[in-house]
Structures are given as structure tokens and as C-alpha cells.
Design a protein around this ligand. Structure first.
Ligand SMILES: Nc1nc2c(c(=O)[nH]1)N[C@@H](CN(C=O)c1ccc(C(=O)N[C@@H](CCC(=O)O)C(=O)O)cc1)CN2
Ligand SMILES: [Mg+2]
Length: 298
């Protein structure tokens, strides 16, 4: 068997095109553009790339992008004051603080300062609670992107066995909540799970989000299962390479031989993260401006 390759890059491009159409309609209805503010503290090279991509994608969708950069040694009071200023700014519909923050800053405290109705990352405890009890709120971008790919691939997920490997607040836990809301039977596996291979082998859906390169082997996968690889790991450069290869948490070559469908790395889940961020920002704009957006439009 050779698995279908789930093209997250193409799906994300389609979503961004729909967002652009809705952003134009929003501007007509509200008399202003939707606005997304992104805060970067420090000079982490990967974060700089992500923030640049977010700004570019926001403008391409016809929304305003507000970028705020603070030095790596910025103190907590300065960062919290900036977040408060963005909370109060009516031109800003969504606020995102790029993670990870420098070690001296308390991520939870910073996230808690963001107005939950502008928290387009869905990291605020209010939004985590809304997701847990099934109230409307903002859902973290990466797991919502994974769910969109799964529904596009499989249609109705009801009754399927799903295993989420990883229990982070940003991916694992919200992913499990989303799958539960689709009536999957959900297992959250993690570093202490016993017989992980056997747990994975039962699953119709595997979401790997552990941050360990190629940890999930093809022999663990139930034939025909759908495998979503959230990992983005850079291997050490092989001889003659200037940069190491990017791999996921799943052994892709092995999984292709067994699974029904699998996301590649790069080009699978990663591009969905930014597309869903734009989606969340536009949803925030509609809510903030009191402009209707049809359920399921985005
Ligand atoms: N405040 C947030 N911080 C972080 C988030 C987040 O959602 N909110 N997620 C990650 C980083 N991230 C966006 O911020 C992100 C990661 C990866 C990609 C992506 O498109 N990856 C590509 C490969 C990129 C490469 O070549 O290195 C892919 O998988 O195809 C987009 C966004 C942590 N911080
Ligand atoms: Mg910290």
C-alpha cells in the first residue's frame, strides 16, 4: 500500500484565498480592515522567520499587520504594557505573542494578559476552558489546522479511534479536545505511556506532536490509518550538507508504505498554522465589529 499524501500547503493556500474574499467583504461591511498584531521579543532566528511570514500573509489576505519588536532583555512590565496597549486598540482584532519567549519572561503571565476575545492563538486559559466545555472561542492554530486536514481527508470522524502523542497545552491537549468534540475515541499518549507502539497500532487516526525526530515507526501504524505529523525537527547536517534535513516525528518513508494517508514535513501541518491564524484573526474582527460571518464559512 502507498499512502495518499495530505498536501497541507495546497489546503492552506485554498483557505487563505477564502480568507482574502471574506476579509474584503468584512472591510466593506465594517468600513475598516481587520487587524492582527504580532509581538516578537528577542532575535530567535526561527521566530523571526515565522513572524515575517505571518506579517506577509496577513497583508496578502487584505488585513492590517502590526508588528512590535522588543529586545531580548525587555522586562516583563514593558511587555505587559504593550499587550495592554494592544488590548485597548480598536484597530487590533487579534494579538499574538510569538513563542518561545526569552527564559526570564513568564509565558503564562503574558498570555493571561491578552484579552481572550483578541487571543487568536487560543492559548488563554479562558479559550482553553471554552474549548473544553464546547463554547465558542479561539482554538490554537496548529491543532485546528490538523482537524481541518483530517475532516477533508476522512469526512465524518465519529467513532474513530484517535491517538494524540504529546500533551502540550498548544497542540496535544487542544487536539484531543477537538477530536473528542468530533466523537472520536481519544487516547492521549506521552513520554510515560507504556506500550506506546500497541496504543498507536489501535488507532485509525494518529497525531504525532512529541518533538522527537522520526520516533513513530511504520510498523506501529495500523494499515490504512491517517497519520498527521506535527513535528518539525532539523537533523544534524549530513556530510556535504550545509543544513540538516527537516523531518517530522513520524518515519515518513516507512509510514507511506502502511498508512492510508500521511502529512509530509515540510508542507503538511506547518503551512496550516499560519492560515488558521489568519482565519482566527478574521473571525475575531467579525466578532469585535459585530459583523455576521456565516457558521463554517472559514
Ligand atoms: N504564538 C505562537 N508561537 C508559536 C506557534 C504558534 O502557533 N503561536 N507555533 C510555532 C511556530 N509557528 C508559528 O508561529 C510555525 C511553525 C512552522 C510553520 C511552517 O510552516 N513550517 C514549515 C517548515 C518551515 C521550515 O522550513 O523551517 C512546514 O512545516 O512546512 C509555520 C509556523 C511555535 N511558536
Ligand atoms: Mg519562561
Amino acid at each position: 500500500m502507498t499512502a495518499s499524501i495530505i498536501d497541507g500547503k495546497a489546503f492552506a493556500a485554498g483557505l487563505r484565498a477564502r480568507i482574502a474574499d471574506h476579509a474584503a467583504a468584512f472591510e466593506q461591511a465594517a468600513g475598516r480592515k481587520a487587524g492582527l498584531a504580532v509581538v516578537l521579543v528577542g532575535e530567535d532566528p526561527a521566530s523571526q522567520v515565522y513572524v515575517r511570514s505571518k506579517g506577509k500573509a496577513t497583508l496578502e489576505c487584505g488585513m492590517n499587520s502590526f508588528e512590535h519588536k522588543l529586545p531580548a532583555d525587555a522586562d516583563e512590565a514593558t511587555l505587559l504594557a504593550l499587550v495592554e496597549q494592544l488590548n485597548a486598540d480598536p484597530a487590533v482584532d487579534g494579538i499574538l505573542v510569538q513563542l518561545p519567549l526569552p527564559a526570564h519572561l513568564d509565558e503564562q503571565k503574558v498570555i493571561a494578559t491578552i484579552n481572550p476575545d483578541k487571543d487568536v492563538d487560543g492559548f488563554h486559559v479562558t479559550n482553553a476552558g471554552r474549548l473544553a466545555v464546547g463554547l465558542p472561542g479561539f482554538v490554537p492554530c496548529t491543532p485546528l489546522g490538523c482537524l481541518m486536514l483530517l475532516k477533508d481527508q476522512l469526512g465524518n470522524l465519529s467513532g474513530l479511534d484517535a491517538v494524540v502523542i504529546g500533551r502540550s497545552n498548544i497542540v496535544g491537549k487542544p487536539m484531543a479536545q477537538l477530536l473528542l468534540a468530533e466523537s472520536c475515541t481519544v487516547t492521549i499518549a506521552h513520554s510515560r505511556t507504556k506500550n506506546l507502539e500497541d496504543v498507536v497500532r489501535r488507532a485509525d487516526i494518529v497525531v504525532a506532536a512529541v518533538g522527537r525526530p522520526e520516533m513513530v515507526k511504520g510498523s506501529w501504524i495500523k494499515p490504512g490509518a491517517t497519520v498527521i505529523d506535527v513535528g518539525i525537527n532539523r537533523l544534524p547536517p549530513a556530510e556535504g550538507e550545509s543544513k540538516g534535513r527537516l523531518v517530522g516525528d513520524v518515519d515518513y518513508a516507512q509510514t507511506l508504505e502502511v498508512a492510508g494517508a500521511v502529512t509530509p514535513v515540510p508542507g503538511g501541518v506547518g503551512p496550516m498554522t499560519i492560515a488558521v491564524l489568519l482565519r482566527n484573526a478574521l473571525v475575531a474582527a467579525h466578532r469585535n465589529a459585530g459583523v455576521a460571518l456565516a457558521d463554517g464559512a472559514l
